[in-house]
Each structure stands twice: as C-alpha cells, then as structure tokens.
Ligand binder design. Structure first.
Ligand code: 0PR
Length: 385
C-alpha cells in the first residue's frame, strides 16, 4: 500500500482498466457459465444490505427474517411445507453443509466414524472438497448409457459405512436429472441420508414442470430426500454469491451446531461465520419480482433456445451427446478432435467449455446467450465443419 491517499477518480480509473480485461456476459460469447448477469433489481437490493451480518442474527433480526422467508419459499417450491436451511455462498458451500450434516448425523445416531459418501461420476467437484475436508471416503457410482446414475450399481456400493448418497438434478456437464425417485426409495429403505444437488436445476425444473415439461420429480415430495442444494446465483438470476441449502428436518442443522457463546445466538450451524445478508435480500427480491410466472417464462425461453441450438447442430452434421433435459447442449464433431475444435472456436472469440465425461463441447444456454449469438455460433460451426 502506498503512503498517501489517492483520489477516488484515479482509483476508479485503475479499477475500470482492470475490469475491462474481464469477459462480458453481454457479448454472448461465454458459453460454459452457469452464472449470468444478475437482474438489475436484485443488484439494487443487494447494495442496500452491504452492512448486514447474518453471522450475528440478533443484531440483524429483519435480515434474518428475510433469510428465513427465502428458505421457506424455496422449500415450498420443492414441496416442503416447513423448510430449514440457509442462503450461503454457492453450491459448493451448500453441498459441504449437506455432507457435514449427513456425516454428523451418521456419527451421532449410527456411530459411523469412518464414513463414505456415494456420488456419481457426474457429480460436481465440490463433493471432492467436502469429502476431503470432512475426512470421508468417496465411492463413485457408475453411470448408465444415458449418463445417469446406474441404480443397480448404486445398490452394490452401499455399505454399513455409507453416510450419504448424492444424486444430481441438472448435472454440471450435461444438465441431466438422475433417477431420483428410485434412489430416494433405496435411501429410505436403507435408512441412509440422501442429498440432491439441484444447484443448477432447482430454479428451473419446478417451473418447467408447471408449464407442462415432462421432467421427473426430484424434490421433498420423495420421502427419502433429506436435503437439496438450489442456487439463486445460477438460474435464479440473483447476484453472486447466493447458494441455497434446504433441509427437511431441523435436526440436520442441530447436528452441525457449535457453541457461539458471545454472539446474540448461542449456536451456529453454518460453515461461514460473518456472512452477508445481501444475498438473502437480493434473492428475496428477485423471487417476488419474477414470481413463478416470471421464472417459467425465462425457463421456457432458455429451453426453446436449447432446442433451436441442438436441432441446428444436428442439421449441420454435429453429434449431440444426449437430448437435452435442461438448458445444456453437449456436442462433438463427427471426426475432428474435441480439443482441436475447442481451440478453433476459442480463436474465433468463443469462450468454450469442454466436458470430460464424455469429452464434448458444452454450451450452457444461460440468459446472456441470445438467439442471434446462437446463430453466429452456428455459422462459425458450419464454417469449421
Ligand atoms: N453443483 C452443481 C451441479 C454445479 O454445477 C456447481 C457449479 C456446483 C454444485 C458448485 O456451485 P458453486 O460454483 O456456486 O459453488 N457449476 C459450475 C462449475 O463449477 C459453475 C460455474 C459457474 C462454472 C460459472 C463456470 C462459470 O463460468 O462448473
């Protein structure tokens, strides 16, 4: 740090210069992001809550109530009348809380001290972080030919050390929904904690179902589901950071509680201590602002873009990995190596993301990718064919 103060104007100029090095969602060239421009109204509300701290909720009782309301309404969206949980920094923290709850629950009620979690090959890497931090072993369950959890293989890997089973509603790479109803039954039968990672799909599947899309049930209406991750900062159009963790029962928060003697509340279950209330407030505002109808319209629009893109890709000779269930399309050229194709697209200014399982170019059709951008991309792909 320099000795003397610097003028605001100069600081702002310097920051603007650095900011200009960032890619801009508005260009429609960012193809692999699950985040997008947050809605201006959500940003406006966010700024009004920059001094709030939900780490000491007795001091911010109004903001705490906002967080509770958001958790309640996300819970309702997921068929849960009385929801428990928090608005956290993102899917990673939400998944970490779920796995911590499962581990502590199994330790307390089953005496498991060397636990394992069963996750699919398609799981987000946040579960690897969670397992590492919580000292759990990862057991990977195979996917079937449709890239979803193979239920028979799942049954085989369950053991008396299993503390949680994880399934995904909207996989990171392909946007697919695992057979959650079947897995819920298996979890309930075996009395094992079942976590659904709907970080991506949670803010679209319920709305798409409501307007008639044929998508499977993935929520708390299934008795085995113990917790769900749903991220407002992905399909919810809330500003980063906003993840959501919703628990079916309060006891899952209780098994994680540690004493916080000098605070206004005497225990704390979240991982983060001092934590901003702005994410809850912005999520509250944007959910009210859109309502179910608003979110349905967005989800439908994105699905229409997805269909348009997938259809056109096929017409110009590219191979799609699977029919999209949500707004992600993964594809390959029939002969060109995927990395080579990705490199060529990068040279043309596209910010490409390559899936690993299976290897493919993946496009997440978020709100910032408009029809005209897709047409430009298809033109470039046609030229490269
Ligand atoms: N669960 C699922 C299913 C996810 O897809 C992700 C993130 C997470 C959990 C973790 O969420 P947080 O990143 O909020 O902690 N999925 C994307 C990924 O990491 C997120 C992303 C966002 C990637 C923007 C790129 C990007 O530009 O792949």
């Amino acid at each position: 740090m320099q000795d003397n103060p610097i003028d605001k104007e100069d600081i702002l100029m310097e920051l603007a210069e650095l900011r200009s090095l960032d890619h801009d969602y508005a260009d429609g060239r960012i193809l692999g992001s699950m985040c997008t421009q947050a809605h201006p109204f959500a940003k406006e509300v966010y700024c009004k809550f920059l001094d709030t701290n939900l780490g000491d909720p007795g001091l911010f009782q109004g903001t705490k109530r906002i967080e509770e309301e958001v958790v309640k309404s996300i819970g309702k969206l997921l068929s849960l009348d009385k929801a428990y949980g928090n608005i956290v920094t993102g899917g990673t923290e939400a998944n970490l809380m779920a796995i911590r709850a499962a581990r502590n629950h199994a330790r307390k009620y089953k005496g498991i001290t060397d636990g394992e979690i069963i996750i699919p090959d398609s799981a987000h890497f946040s579960f690897k972080k969670a397992a590492d931090m919580l000292n759990l072993k990862i057991v990977e369950v195979k996917l079937d030919e449709n890239y979803k959890i193979d239920v028979e293989s799942l049954k085989e890997v369950i053991s008396d050390r299993t503390v949680a089973i994880v399934a995904i509603a909207g996989t990171t790479e392909l946007g697919l929904i695992d057979p959650i109803e079947e897995i819920s039954k298996i979890s309930a039968e075996n009395n094992i904690y079942f976590h659904v990672d709907a970080a991506f799909g949670g803010f679209s599947i319920p709305f798409l179902r409501e307007i008639g899309y044929d998508l499977p049930v993935f929520d708390f209406s299934l008795e085995g589901v113990c917790s769900i991750t749903v991220d407002p900062h992905k399909m919810g159009l809330a500003p980063i950071p906003a993840g959501g963790i919703i628990f079916r029962k309060e006891e899952y928060l209780e098994v994680m509680a540690v004493d916080s003697p000098y605070l206004t509340v005497k225990t704390q279950s979240t991982i983060v201590g001092t934590r901003l209330g702005a994410s809850s407030a912005a999520t509250y505002a944007i959910m009210k602002y859109f309502g179910k109808k608003g979110y349905s319209k967005i989800a439908r629009n994105l699905m229409e873009n997805t269909r348009f893109f997938a259809q056109n890709l096929k017409e110009i000779g590219y191979e799609i990995i699977c029919e999209p269930e949500l707004n992600i399309v993964a594809f390959n050229h029939p002969t060109m190596d995927t990395k080579v194709l990705a490199g060529k697209l990068e040279k043309l200014g596209w910010k490409v993301s390559v899936a690993k399982c299976p290897v493919a170019i993946r496009v997440v059709l978020m709100n910032h990718i408009k029809k005209n951008h897709l047409k430009e991309l298809l033109e470039d792909l046609k030229d490269l064919y």
